[in-house]
Design a protein around this ligand. Structure first.
Ligand code: EPU
Length: 438
C-alpha cells in the first residue's frame, strides 16, 4: 500500500476470523516512536539526511508534512522502500500548523530542536492517542531551567530563548517526551546539561545515537543519567541512520501467535529491548527463545494467567498492555493488570467485552478472568495499540470480528494485515461503503 492512500482508506474495516496455528517468519519494521523523533533531528543541519528501515505508517506521513511546513523537503520510498530522505536547505520557519500538530503526539518533539536551532517556536498543544490528560509540565520546567520563556494562550504555546544555558535537571518521572525535548535542546546549549531520572527507552537511546553520529556530545546513553555537552549551532552534520526495530509491533506478532497457537519467528525483534515482556510470556507458558536476528515463539495449549503492571523502561511498556490484556482474556485463570502510566488507558476493555472477554476495571486496575473462547462481533479501535489488540483478539474469536476505526492502526502499524496473512491468519482489509454499517 502507498503511504499516500492511508487517509483515503479510513472507512476500511479489518475482518478477522478464528485462525491458527500460525507459522513462518515475519519481519518487524522500524519503530514509530523512534522514527518520528529522528525525522525532527533533520532540523539541526542543512543538507540531506537519510533514514533507513522507516515504517510505512501514517504518522510518518504526518510528521513529513509537518516538517515540510517548516521548510524541509521530505521524500519517502523513492527507489528503495523504507528509505526516507529529508533535505534541509538551511531556511526553516518556527511556526507549526494547527491541523498537523494536533494529529500526532510527537509534534511536541519540535520544541527542543527548534529552540536549539532558532531560539523560538510556536505550536498548538499536540494531539495523539486520547488516554486522558497528557501534560507537558516536565518539558516546560526543564526548558525553563535552561532559560526558555513560555507563553501559553488558548492551547497555543510560544517559547523563546536568547541563549540556551546548560542546567542540571531531575525529572519527577522518566518521561520519554520530556527527556527527548531536554536533550535535543541541550545539544546547542552553553555548557553542560545533565538529565537525571531520564527515560531509558530504546527509542530515546536511538535518538541519542543519531545525534552523536551527527556530532552532538552525549554520554550515559541508555542510562537514567544523560550528560550533554553543548556544541555550537552549525556543528551538526547530516548522516544516514537505520531506525531501530519496533518492539511494540514485534510484540504484536508474538501476541498473535500466543493467541492463535503456532511456531513463528519474529525477525528483527531485539530480545534485549523486550526482556520483561518475554519473561512474562514465558511465565504464561509460552516458549520464547532468542534466535539469531530475532525471537521465536512456540505456543501450544492454553496460556496461564499472570499479574502484570506497566512501568517505564526497563519495566513492562504500557504500549504492550492491550496485547497482554487480550492474551489474559483467553488464558487459564485470573490476572490483575495495573496501569501506572496512563489512567485512561482501559477504554478498549469495553470493545474486548463485546467479543466475550470477562474484564472488570477499577481505576488503574483491571481484573481479567480468562474465558475458553471469544466470539466475533463489530468493534471499534480506540487507539493504535488497542486497535492492534482487537485484531489479535479476533484470531481467537468464533465467527467474524469486524474492526472499524482502523485509521488508528494505520498510524503505527506497517501492513499489519499483510504480515498476519503471511503467517497464515484468516484476515483481510475490506472497503466498506460509508453508508453501510459495520
Ligand atoms: N507526563 C506528565 N508530564 C509531562 C510529561 C509526561 O505528567 O511533562 C506523564 C504523562 O501524562 C504520562 C506519563 O508521564 O502519564 C508518561 O508520558 P511520557 O512523556 O513518557 O510519554 P510520551 O512521550 O507522551 C511516548 C510514546 C507513547 C508511549 C509513552 C510511554 C511517542 C510519540 N509516544 O509518549 O506511545 O506510550 O512514551 O512509553 O513516543 C504509542 O506509540 O501508541 C504511544 C502512546
Amino acid at each position: 500500500m502507498l503511504l499516500g492512500d492511508l487517509y483515503l482508506l479510513s472507512m476500511d474495516r479489518i475482518v478477522v476470523q478464528r485462525s491458527g496455528p500460525l507459522a513462518g517468519e515475519v519481519q518487524v519494521p522500524g519503530a514509530k516512536n523512534s522514527v518520528l523523533k529522528l525525522m525532527v533531528a533533520s532540523l539541526y543541519s542543512a543538507g540531506t539526511h537519510e533514514l533507513t528501515n522507516v515504517p510505512a505508517i501514517s504518522d510518518v506521513k504526518t510528521m513529513g508534512k509537518l516538517l515540510e511546513s517548516l521548510g524541509l523537503t521530505v521524500e519517502h520510498g523513492i527507489g528503495e522502500s523504507g528509505v526516507l530522505r529529508l533535505t534541509n536547505s538551511g531556511t526553516i520557519t518556527t511556526v507549526a500548523p494547527h491541523e498537523l500538530v494536533t494529529s500526532i503526539r510527537a509534534s511536541i518533539n519540535l520544541l527542543g530542536p527548534l529552540l536549539a536551532c532558532r531560539g523560538r517556536v510556536r505550536l498548538d498543544m499536540p494531539g495523539g492517542d486520547d488516554f486522558g490528560s497528557r501534560p507537558i509540565d516536565m518539558h516546560m520546567a526543564g526548558l525553563t531551567a535552561m532559560g526558555v520563556r513560555f507563553d501559553i494562550n488558548d492551547n497555543a504555546l510560544s517559547a523563546e530563548v536568547d541563549h540556551l544555558i546548560g542546567a542540571h535537571i531531575t525529572l519527577d518521572f522518566p518521561s520519554v517526551g520530556a527527556t527527548e525535548n531536554l536533550l535535543t535542546a541541550a545539544v546547542h546549549a552553553d555548557g553542560t546539561t545533565t538529565i537525571s531520572n531520564a527515560a531509558r527507552e530504546p527509542e530515546v537511546a536511538d535518538l541519542c545515537d543519531l545525534l552523536v553520529e551527527m556530532g552532538a556530545k552525549i554520554t550515559g546513553i541508555g542510562s537514567a543519567c544523560l550528560t550533554i555537552e553543548g556544541v555550537p549551532r552549525g556543528a551538526l552534520h547530516p548522516v544516514t541512520h537505520a531506525v531501530i526495530p519496533d518492539r511494540i509491533q514485534a510484540a504484536t506478532y508474538l501476541a498473535a501467535t500466543a493467541i492463535a497457537g503456532g511456531d513463528v519467528t519474529v525477525r528483527g525483534a531485539r530480545p534485549q529491548d523486550m526482556q520483561v515482556l518475554l519473561s512474562r510470556m514465558n511465565d504464561m507458558g509460552l516458549e520464547i527463545t532468542a534466535v539469531p536476528g530475532g525471537v521465536r515463539i512456540v505456543s501450544q495449549g492454553r496460556m496461564r494467567a499472570v499479574d502484570i503492571q506497566t512501568l517505564p523502561y526497563p519495566g513492562l511498556a504500557t504500549d504492550y498492555k492491550p496485547l497482554l490484556v487480550t492474551m489474559l482474556a483467553v488464558a487459564e485463570g485470573m490476572g490483575v493488570v495495573t496501569e501506572n502510566l496512563y489512567p485512561g488507558r482501559f477504554r478498549y476493555v469495553e470493545e474486548l467485552s463485546k467479543l466475550g472477554a470477562d474484564i472488570r476495571t477499577d481505576g488503574h486496575h483491571a481484573i481479567v478472568r480468562g474465558v475458553e473462547g471469544l466470539r466475533g462481533a463489530g468493534v471499534v479501535a480506540p487507539d493504535i495499540r488497542a486497535g492492534a489488540a482487537l485484531v489479535v483478539a479476533g484470531l481467537a474469536a468464533q465467527g467474524r470480528t469486524v474492526i472499524s476505526g482502523i485509521e488508528h492502526i494505520d498510524r503505527g502499524y506497517d501492513d499489519l494485515v499483510g504480515r498476519l496473512v503471511g503467517l497464515g491468519a484468516l484476515i483481510e482489509r475490506v472497503d466498506v461503503p460509508v453508508t453501510q454499517g459495520k
